[in-house]
Design a protein around this ligand. Sequence first.
Ligand code: HSE
Length: 435
Amino acid sequence: MASDRPIAVGLLGLGVVGGGVARALADKAAAIEASVGRPVRLAAALVAHPRKRRSDVPAGLRITGEPSEILDDPAVDIVVEVIGGEEPAFGYIQRALHHGKHVVTANKEVMAKHGPEVLAHAAEHGVSIGFEGSVGAGIPIIGPLLRELAANEIGAVNAIINGTTNYMLTRMASDGLEYADALAAAQRLGYTEADPASDVDGDDAAYKLAILSSLAFRTTVRDTDVYREGIAKLAPADFAYAAELGYAIKLVAIAKRVGDLLQARVHPAFLPLAHPLAKVDGVYNAVELEGDLVDWAMFQGPGAGARPTTSAVLGDVISIAQAVAAGAPPARPPVLDRKLRIQPMADLETKYYLRLRASDRPGVMAQITRVLGDLRVSLASVIQKEVADAAGTAEIVITTHTAKESAVQEAVTKLAALDVVLEVSNLVRVEDPGS
Ligand code: HSE
């Protein structure tokens, strides 16, 4: 006989996202019950400091500092993990699965580092694991990869998947904000990780790309497989030259099949202004996928913040609760049956932007172009400007045709060693993914 007992949710974490989940579960109780066919109730929330006064959580919510009150409580059906970070979150997820509870998590770090183990553990215990909130916050992307696009052979994933850095880069480009002010603004809006270094150094995007590329290419991609470079070296001058040359600067996350190899990389890039990803501004994220059947499909939406992440987390809760209410078995876990090797970054072939400071005297440009020419790096454009506050100094900006990463890196080392070069200020890849 079907039960009409409420489906009980245990919440791990009551921070920015956890608070949003608690409030939305209460505010939308009637609509969720209508969609599930049974009430879905928040049983308790685990916090680090249970005595702290909280004004913004639903009245009557049971708050505990004891993990076992949720993880070991047989009455809890679904555990929602929104603590973030690797531990104790990973241990809690595994314990909840072990006790036969379905789990919904927004934890990209756990899924990027331990995804295959978590999926196997869920399958072993006959329960579901939802992780839509782990990538792109409010954008539905895990679900489409697992279901709606499952018939496709995916060739490429091109994405902007860190809301904090996209917000910062947008403000730096359009409002001329300094790096520190842009970061402070992103923190005020609740976009950043507990340690914002994870955002600005590219780690957060690398976690998300590991998750996306594992599902897209049906292979295990760990966070450590993803090459990453952050945004800290970008200066106002780079934004000015990008605009002059017709580009936007974005922190891109690119995964691409190259024969039996997989490219997986996160780094700042110049994107032509007409490229769809160049137009994704502010906290918005976007994921562009190439599938053999669908061709190109792009998913776009708010990529950080409490409400968009709550949207994804509750979507998973509702779909698991519907299956529980119907007595349906959990969906088959994603199949990661391929063994693609990661292409070494040194073998990457793309275009580059190079900004350097050099002495402004005869023969300097010839020395610089000789270094590049000897390494078969072909120039696409050269800009030279006098530096107003440093007499006898020129800023030189070079863009290249497609060249090999190893050659360009060697050229940078050789250029930096020239007497006439005062500083290699920045090297940024110039991409036109999908073209
Ligand atoms: N700090 C993350 C971001 C939050 O800025 O994208 C969403 O994962």
